[in-house]
Design a protein around this ligand. Structure first.
Ligand SMILES: Cc1cc2nc3c(=O)[nH]c(=O)nc-3n(C[C@H](O)[C@H](O)[C@H](O)COP(=O)(O)OP(=O)(O)OC[C@H]3O[C@@H](n4cnc5c(N)ncnc54)[C@H](O)[C@@H]3O)c2cc1C
Length: 392
């Protein structure tokens, strides 16, 4: 990130340890990722080189408590890492984030045995993780999940279909949400952590805007042990919501990182491109746009890190929900607008396949949908404004 007085003046307050991490991860992004980024499109996170880079840098330790060999779970630090990784190469952030969103429920709700077993595997590199929440019939409406976990001798039998599951073709560990109770009810959902079933699992590619690693996953009578329950039977909604609340500020941070990369590319471009006998940067209309972009982005960054800090300091999980939703909503919407304007300032060159702006234009889109779509974030914020009587 360039050290303009704007970025220094509007920096968010950091502890000494976070400042050290910030310096380190931004150096990594500039020195290691930016030179590599032309070789990785968004959606390329299945490339083993990406997993190697993230593991070697030790960043996955940010999802693991210090007593288990990690760096401790800090929303602020995860956001710092994600902003820089997304700036450097979106696919690298996507790998880091996909592991985090699946592993965090184990850190937050796992038994001591589950934590030692699975988080140890994350750190050693022997395990990789996928989150299985979304279904063809239920996305935003998590309580509408229909995949069923029926109690059988020694455990549960799972039947149902999940969709959009990141890297489901290769992972060996799944964090799964399934119904253990009747109807469309919060209390009927349970979270599980399981080894990839050897029988009854059908995984089919489910390609999106880019050739990404999303899959549809069918569980056809898969047997899992009773020890796979994460938290308590019927406590799945709480697990899902705590996970989303803690990951949402970091989605905003990643979006800010992508938009910052587009802005930096645009600042360079408008100083080299000439039209009507002068540099684009010499047109006042272009300067106004650059200024608007930079100020909006700085505001989005401050919003993200305020929400992250609040999440780290809050005593009640319920308090975290609205600020986290607001940060995700605001930062991803700003980032999409910023990247669109940066494409426009590049003219046709902004859409050349494989260029920085073209890639970011595709990559940013999904941040407004996954981990809580924009309209759902607006509902969360409105519910907070309206108070306890606004149930739905
Ligand atoms: C790139 C990508 C990766 C993903 N990875 C994973 C993954 O690894 N694991 C996983 O489980 N899922 C994953 N998802 C799924 C993602 O979490 C869902 O797409 C998301 O939660 C939205 O659900 P949906 O697509 O079913 O949309 P729906 O819930 O059907 O919503 C459709 C639209 O309606 C709007 N809407 C819904 N309800 C309301 C309401 N009450 N009021 C107003 N508007 C409303 C929404 O805002 C949305 O715009 C991924 C998605 C993407 C795009």
């Amino acid at each position: 990130m360039p050290s303009s007085s704007l970025s220094r003046g509007l920096a968010f307050p950091m502890s000494e340890a976070t400042a050290a991490l910030h310096g380190e991860v931004w150096t990594f992004a500039h020195d290691r990722l930016v030179p590599l980024s032309a070789g990785f499109d968004c959606g390329d996170e299945k490339d083993p080189e990406i997993a190697r880079l993230v593991r070697e840098a030790g960043y996955l330790g940010h999802y693991v408590p210090a007593e288990l060999g990690g760096h401790g779970l800090s929303v602020t630090n995860i956001s710092v890492v994600r902003e820089a990784l997304a700036y450097g190469a979106v696919a690298v952030d996507e790998f880091f984030a996909s592991q985090g969103i699946a592993v965090q429920p184990i850190t937050l709700f796992g038994s001591e045995d589950q934590k030692a077993h699975y988080l140890g595997g994350l750190l050693s590199g022997s395990r990789s993780f996928a989150l299985c929440v979304t279904e063809p019939v239920a996305g935003s409406d998590v309580a509408g999940i229909r995949t069923a976990a029926v109690a059988v001798d020694g455990g549960f039998e799972i039947n149902g279909t999940k969709r959009f599951v990141h890297m489901a073709d290769t992972v060996d560990t799944m964090v799964l949400f399934a119904k253990t109770g009747p109807g469309h009810a919060r209390g009927g959902l349970t979270a599980f952590v399981l080894d990839r079933p050897e029988q009854g699992l059908v995984v089919t590619p489910f390609p999106l805007l880019f050739e990404g690693p999303e899959f549809e996953v069918e569980f056809q009578g898969c047997r899992i042990p009773g020890t796979a329950v994460l938290g308590s039977v019927g406590g799945g909604m709480g697990v899902a919501m705590s996970n989303f609340d803690r990951i949402r500020p970091s989605v905003g941070a990643a979006a800010v990182g992508m938009a910052q990369r587009a802005l930096d590319a645009t600042v360079d471009y408008v100083q080299s491109r000439e039209a009507f006998t002068q540099r684009l940067a010499d047109f006042q209309g272009v300067r106004m746009q650059l200024s608007d972009i930079a100020v909006e982005l700085a505001a989005a960054r401050l919003c993200v890190y305020a929400a992250a800090r609040f999440a780290d300091e809050a005593h009640d999980d319920a308090d975290v929900r609205a600020p986290a939703a607001a940060a995700k909503l605001y930062a991803t919407e700003v980032a999409q607008r910023v990247i669109d304007r940066c494409v426009q300032l590049h003219g046709g060159v902004g859409l050349v396949r494989g260029s920085v702006t073209e890639r970011l234009y595709r990559a940013i889109r999904s941040t407004r949908i996954y981990e809580g779509a924009t309209d759902i974030m607006r509902i969360v914020v409105a519910r907070d404004l309206l108070g306890p009587r606004a149930r739905r």
